[in-house]
Write a protein that binds this ligand. Structure first.
Ligand code: GAL
Length: 715
């Protein structure tokens, strides 16, 4: 990121004069449609400057020129009492997305937030696992507030006396239109320090804005191919023997398994953590990992930040830790090179050298009484608050570097994140467990440059088990986290068939998902994304008037019905999950014709359709001309090349750029990858003809034969 500063300065002009002369805000267009604004004197430490990534300015610059869609004079800045006040204008129909990993709502207009890293608070009030201070406006711009402080954001709630579009004064006694949330025409931000850097992104549409935000952070991550298979975490206290028994049960049932996750019991002590193997349970860790690796299964291990006095790295790292502990374990100050090196050397020796594939970075988000309080100090001099806002990001950056230095890709889990992390191969999760909220979070993750897994742990019925498995298999990590109750995928015998169908489908879709991730890595396009990011797709919200109720809703606050139950999965697929108990549901199809993924039949065209539930399948629709490359049914991934089924849907001729590389190393960043061009043409008689073009001299790692399957015959 430091390198980025040197690349700055394309054009500069001063446009805002609300600040004192010395605090003038200056706009610089640093790349096409990327504007940085420095207000006052920003702090030396922000959300991104300690993270290891390189912005992809060349890709941003190839995206064309765009203008800021609001009048810059309407954006106000002020430094007052050592704090920064920022105001952006809002139009009456403008919607605001992002501002953290929200679990309950998509459009954030009307919300008051304090962005604060924490476990999900139960409300969309800014306390969550990834309170990224970035919003996307439906007007076609995005704003990133690069401060590692707790930020207060009033998203169209403050009603100002000097408003240009004042709210109508209404009498609650007589006027039925009275609302507890009178119209507000601004979004206000309070940064609790005297200066901040803002980065404004513009593009042709919301998706371009998000892409630029991701590219500015180095693009998305490209997980190793095995990371996109099926994951299972075993109970916290299991020994090597018990874990191997679970694995052999998976094998016996031919149930997919590519990653096995060990929970706290792999260590000689946890809460606080030793980060050393428990020799009693895992007498020969190297042999254990090799055993799994011989079965094409990767091992991922759990850790949390507090390092135990019983750890073999304790003495070395202790001088570089903060004033407070987590469960009596010291917290490395990850702004310090010494702390990073000691931690990484230990991880290398203990884990990486024996081929452990990655980490689950747990409990770095909070629950206030577990992590350090804000008054904690750290030897590098950054405050407890700044450390809280960035600890998850620092852990991702540090551990990602460890793997990258060995030229090995990792894919792991993390419970806290923030801006600047999109290129790090980590996926967020939570201890909360509401299925609908998990899907809302999946949708919201696409606005803010993070990944999310709606992991499965347990269910009250076979139906719920299936519904949860279906959504997790259409997410960045398809995982059963059985750390607490030893659940197995086949534990609900009445739905065993459905569970195995969806896990197998996940494996079959790896070539398609891997390509979607390559588009994330190279072009910043999120692999799973909100309908609000589909260009030209008009998301209509349905406002439901609040009912007056003296206990629960004394101000008759209205609620919104939004598009929180369908999302895009890559470019071609629209997923519309069912939740337990639902018998039918509506699906809003974007423009053009859409087809059923399973049958290839036409389902509708740019309209709202009603579908009825069947337990065996999660509804998935494919756009006209959609091409979906699929593996055969497999339960692990090996180095062997596989035949590829290429499905084509609808009647449109189309092309698809299938991505392939070695699946494991960073050589792709040096150009060692291949884009295989797939074409479907339609001849004069209406016959579809498929063609696969491998550029001359380019290597193919994963596929050995290509069979077209035209899913739609006649309509
Ligand atoms: C929780 C975490 C769980 C599991 C558990 C182990 O905090 O969210 O997934 O890892 O710790 O103690």
């Amino acid at each position: 990121m430091k390198l980025f500063r040197k690349l700055l300065l394309v054009s500069t002009f001063i446009s805002i004069f609300n600040c004192q002369a010395s605090d003038i805000a200056i706009w610089k267009e640093t790349a096409n449609g990327v504007w940085t604004i420095t207000v006052g004197k920003p702090e030396g430490y922000n959300l991104t400057n300690e993270l290891e990534f390189t912005p992809k300015l060349d890709v941003i610059n190839s995206m064309g020129v765009s203008k800021i869609p609001i009048d810059k004079e309407e954006i106000k800045f002020e430094i007052r009492d050592g704090k920064t006040y920022i105001r952006f204008p809002l139009d009456s129909l403008e919607q605001i997305y992002g501002l953290g990993l929200n679990f309950k709502s998509i459009n954030q207009r009307g919300k008051v937030k304090r962005l604060h890293v924490d476990h999900f608070s139960g409300k969309d009030d800014g306390r969550n696992h990834a309170p990224v201070p970035f919003f996307v406006s439906s007007k076609g711009y995005g704003l990133f507030i690069n401060s590692a402080r707790y930020l207060d954001i009033y998203v169209g709630t403050g009603v100002r006396k000097d408003s240009k579009h004042p709210a109508i004064v209404r009498d609650r006694n007589t006027d039925k239109k009275w609302s507890s949330a009178p119209y507000s025409d601004n979004l206000e931000i309070l940064v609790p320090v005297a200066g901040v850097e803002l980065i404004l992104f513009t593009g042709e549409n919301n998706l371009d804005v998000v892409r630029k935000f991701n590219l500015y952070q180095g693009g998305g991550c490209l997980p190793p191919r095995w990371g996109l298979g099926f994951w299972n975490r075993t109970p916290a206290k299991y020994s090597a023997e018990q874990v191997l028994e679970v694995v052999s049960e998976f094998k016996k049932r031919k149930f997919p398994l590519t990653v096995l996750g060990l929970e706290p019991g792999w260590m000689s002590g946890s809460y606080p953590c030793t980060y050393d193997w428990a020799k009693t349970k895992f007498p020969e860790p190297k042999v254990f990992v090799k055993n799994l690796s011989d079965q094409n299964i990767k091992v991922n291990v759990w850790v949390n930040p507090g390092i135990s006095p019983n750890s073999t790295m304790y003495k070395d790292i202790e001088p570089f830790t903060g004033s407070h502990t987590e469960w009596c374990g010291v917290i490395p100050d990850l702004k310090m090179e010494q702390a990073k090196n000691i931690l990484n050397n230990h991880l290398k020796k203990t884990l990486l050298d024996i081929d452990v594939s990655g980490l689950k970075l747990d409990e770095n988000d909070g629950y206030d009484n577990w992590l350090w309080p804000d008054l904690a100090t750290f030897p590098s001099g950054i405050t407890g608050e700044q450390m809280r806002q960035t600890y998850g990001s620092l852990l991702q950056s540090t551990t990602n570097k460890l793997y990258k230095d060995q030229n090995v890709r990792t894919y792991g889990l993390v419970r806290a994140s923030n801006a600047g992390t999109s290129s790090f191969p980590y996926v967020l999760y939570s201890d909360s467990y509401n299925h609908k909220e998990y899907v809302t979070a999946l949708i919201n993750s696409s606005f803010i440059g993070v990944l999310w897994t709606p992991e499965v742990r347990d269910a009250a019925s076979g139906e719920e088990w299936v519904r949860r498995m279906q959504t997790v298999c259409f997410s960045p990590v398809a995982m059963l986290n059985a750390w607490a109750d030893a659940k197995k995928p086949w534990d609900f015998p009445e739905v065993e068939k459905e569970i195995s169908f969806i896990a197998n489908l996940r494996m079959q879709l790896i070539p398609y998902l891997y390509t979607a991730f390559a588009d994330y890595a190279f072009m910043g396009t999120p692999p799973v994304r909100a309908m609000n990011l589909v260009p030209n797709f008009d998301v209509k919200e349905n406002i439901i008037a609040g009912k007056l109720d003296g206990t629960n809703n004394p101000y008759a606050i209205a609620t919104k019905k939004e598009m929180n139950n369908q999302f895009m999965y890559g470019d071609a697929l629209l997923v519309a999950p069912f939740f337990t108990g639902e018998k039918d549901r509506n699906v809003t199809l974007p423009k053009g014709k859409w087809y059923d993924f399973y049958t290839g039949k036409l389902v509708g065209e740019g309209e709202v359709i009603k579908i009825t539930s069947s337990l065996d399948k999660i509804p998935v629709f494919v756009k006209d001309g959609g091409i979906v490359p699929m593996y055969p049914t497999i339960s692990t991934l090996t180095a062997e090349k596989l035949p590829l089924e290429i499905r084509h849907y609808g009647q449109k001729a189309s092309t698809y750029s299938l991505y392939d590389d070695d699946g494991n190393t960073y050589n792709y960043q040096k150009g060692e990858f291949t884009r295989i061009n797939i074409e479907v043409n339609i001849d004069k008689k209406g016959k579809k003809i498929g063609k696969v073009i491998i550029p001359t001299g380019k290597k193919v790692w994963s596929f050995k034969q290509y069979d077209f399957h035209f899913m739609t015959d006649v309509e």
